[in-house]
Design a protein around this ligand. Structure first.
Ligand code: ZN
Length: 327
């Protein structure tokens, strides 16, 4: 019997199939041993197969990554890859964030609504860290932001001042008493003479007679402070019945007598008189005057080399005496 090539091939295949069916276990065991003995060859074979069957490979991977174990493997792999390729990773991340901007924003919003306290704590912590790491940069950023958002900043600071008047007063006082604060005021005064004049006009309109001819005349004839046992030069003419309460006696004449509503005090005793009013009667109008007058006293003390502490003590003693006799 003579077979053609084709027939011979067919017969061999058939024989092989039958042999395989009968000896499946034996063959697969043999194959397994071979693979272990020849890892290089096995790998080469797999590579070739993969190159030939990309679709199948993809499908396998997809199925594997859908399992719990696959996800974990993928996570570890991704982490390693990112560490190895930081530049590339940053690029991809940036692109993806840009692409999913809206979605991410929505996610963030939701997460914030779910637990705002956690977000706030995180923000506080990270801002604290940044400030510690690079204080100068943060300061510069704040300055830049301030200059770019002047309008906003003005509104914010106005709101704060309205909410915290006491703190604001303290802060302002501290500043104006400081070296740089005084310098700033003096410069501002020199640069804005018109505004200063306008303030003066406004003040005199509200408080007529600041220095009228009558008070000037009175002062010229009363050169020494009229506070009992004070012999300092008089400096200011004072209305015994306060002008804001009794404007009708502003010109100094009371009940038909001339100049009897006026009295001349040195700066210190003029202040002391208003201090007494403000303290004992808790009078707001007098209180308002006090810091203005005390500043004048300070300047005068400074010019005359009188220690301001002595005046402070004198002021305290004056009122201690008064308080103790009251009891
Ligand atoms: Zn005096």
């Amino acid at each position: 019997m003579v077979f053609s090539d084709k027939e011979r091939k067919e017969r061999r295949r058939k024989y092989w199939r039958e042999y395989y069916k009968k000896n499946t276990k034996k063959i697969s065991e043999k194959n397994r041993k071979y693979r272990i003995a020849n890892p290089e060859k096995e790998r080469e074979k797999q590579r070739k197969w993969a190159k030939k069957n990309p679709e199948k490979i993809r499908e396998r991977k997809r199925r594997y990554h859908a399992t719990e174990k696959g996800r974990e493997t993928n996570r570890i792999y991704t982490e390693k890859w990112r560490k190895k390729n930081p530049e590339r990773w940053r690029e991809i991340d940036k692109k993806s964030r840009h692409k999913n901007y809206e979605r991410n924003l929505e996610k963030q919003r939701k997460s914030y609504q779910d637990d705002p306290e956690r977000h706030r704590a995180y923000a506080r912590e990270s801002s604290r860290k940044r400030r510690l790491e690079n204080p100068e940069k943060i300061r510069q950023q704040a300055r830049d932001w301030y200059h770019e958002n002047l309008e906003k900043e003005r509104k914010r600071s106005k709101k704060y001042r309205e909410k915290n008047p006491e703190k604001t007063r303290i802060r302002h006082r501290k500043y104006y008493e400081s070296e740089s604060g005084r310098e700033y005021i003096n410069k501002w005064r020199a640069d804005n003479p018109e505004t200063i004049k306008a303030y003066g006009r406004k003040y005199r309109k509200k408080n007529p007679r600041a220095t009228t001819e009558i008070t000037q005349l009175y002062r010229r004839s009363h050169r020494v402070c009229e506070w009992s046992s004070c012999d300092r030069d008089s400096a200011e003419v004072h209305h015994i019945l306060p002008q804001f309460k009794y404007p009708e006696y502003m010109d100094g004449d009371y009940h038909g007598r001339i100049g009897n509503n006026l009295i001349c005090y040195c700066l210190f005793h003029h202040h002391a008189w208003h201090y007494a009013y403000a303290t004992n009667r808790n009078n707001k109008k007098h209180k308002k005057l006090l810091s203005f007058m005390w500043n004048k006293v300070k300047r005068w003390a400074n010019d005359n080399k009188i220690p301001i502490e002595d005046l402070e003590i004198e002021l305290e003693l004056m009122f201690i005496k008064k308080h103790t006799t009251k009891k």
